[in-house]
Design a protein around this ligand. Structure first.
Ligand SMILES: Cc1cc2nc3c(=O)[nH]c(=O)nc-3n(C[C@H](O)[C@H](O)[C@H](O)COP(=O)(O)O)c2cc1C
Length: 328
């Protein structure tokens, strides 16, 4: 699938050190429809780094967006073109990350106060690629946190050619707060995002921040076009199993935890045969039994060191057998 008509009712957030291709493969076993995002990839890393490694994905991951971090319109346009040629379905620009490293590079959330530069970036990307360009941002930064600040940002950037915004419904505090605290301390303000949708009804607006179950996500669709989920998808991934049915009206497939684990095993065997370390795969499925009896045992088995002579198949078969015994 490669389409400009991406259905954004549900998306899985970009998360550094989490949403690599293995995790995204796992997400696809839970939902055939959710839009998946890469970790943020900086323009510098893509232009000068190990490009193949950053861009690699499995075909099953579509619809798939790449998130870029940067502030140079030419570099962003070049990276967008590279990603488009590689087969990505969407270019997403990070205007929400508050980390010091990102601020030192003058990109991420601090760009919210430079609408002219963001508009320039959007315009250059938009005229370079055919796939959609989207923005992930916050409701404000520091004391620039009024409704009109956000409204002006969205207005200017949409006029430059971006018609899809994913808004993390809390502001970013750019000094003295770690990225982690910046996801917890500034209060959520969903109403601000709903108001943006009301003000710009023709724009596609997704809301992000604090959603933990499908009923809650579904209820947001009364106010906005889509919901992006981050931490809950990682910590309690099986909550997504209802997503296709409840959100997309598609009940064609819905797997049990054991079936998902078994499919993930097949994938893990293939990937370890290609040289990936087994733990770089299994770390992503650690939340699969969250809240279930036996979850602790499952997590412990996954975290066990792999003894010599044990291959991926044997390691995961042992775990699958153990959980099957617990749940039959
Ligand atoms: C470990 C971690 C890494 C993250 N990395 C990124 C990132 O690379 N780009 C980005 O735009 N947001 C990043 N975020 C923020 C999430 O995309 C999301 O906006 C935030 O977690 C709020 O959504 P949630 O409450 O559903 O988790 C990250 C969040 C976490 C927890």
């Amino acid at each position: 699938m490669h389409t400009n008509e991406i259905d954004r009712k549900l998306s899985i957030a970009p998360m550094m050190k989490h949403t690599d291709k293995h995790f995204r493969y796992f997400m696809r076993l839970l939902s055939a429809h959710a839009v998946l995002y890469t970790e943020m990839i900086t323009t510098g890393a893509l232009i000068h780094g190990e490009r193949k490694r950053f861009l690699n994905f499995n075909e099953i991951e579509h619809p798939l967006a790449i998130q870029l971090g940067g502030n140079n319109p030419n570099d962003l346009a070049l990276c967008a073109k590279i990603a488009e040629d590689e087969g990505y379905d969407e270019i997403n620009l990070n205007i929400g990350c508050p980390s010091d490293r990102v601020q030192n590079g003058r990109f991420g959330a601090c760009l919210m106060s430079d609408t002219e530069l963001v508009s320039d970036c959007v315009n250059r990307i938009q005229t370079t690629v055919k796939i959609p360009i989207t923005i992930k941002t916050r409701i404000g930064i520091d004391d620039q946190d009024s409704y009109s600040f956000l409204e002006n940002f969205v207005k200017s950037v949409s006029e430059a050619g971006c018609n899809t915004f994913i808004i993390h419904a809390r502001k970013a505090i750019l000094s003295g707060l770690s990225p982690k605290k910046n996801r917890e301390i500034p209060p959520l303000n969903y109403e601000r995002v709903y108001n943006i949708k009301r003000r710009f009804p023709s724009l596609n607006i997704s809301i992000n921040g604090g959603f933990i179950d499908i009923a809650q996500i579904k209820s947001q669709l009364e106010y906005v076009d889509g919901v992006m989920v981050g931490r809950a998808a990682y910590q309690n991934p099986f909550m997504l199993i209802e997503a296709d049915k409840v959100i997309y009206g598609d009940d064609s497939s819905s797997l049990t935890r054991e079936e998902i684990l078994s499919k993930f095993k097949d994938y893990a065997v293939e990937q370890t045969n290609h040289g990936f370390n087994i733990k770089s795969l299994t770390r992503h499925v650690i939340g699969l039994y969250q809240g279930q009896p036996g979850a602790r045992n499952y997590r412990r088995m996954l975290s066990d060191p792999i003894s010599e002579g044990t291959n991926t198949t044997r390691f995961l078969d042992r775990i699958i057998q153990s959980v099957s015994e617990t749940y039959t």
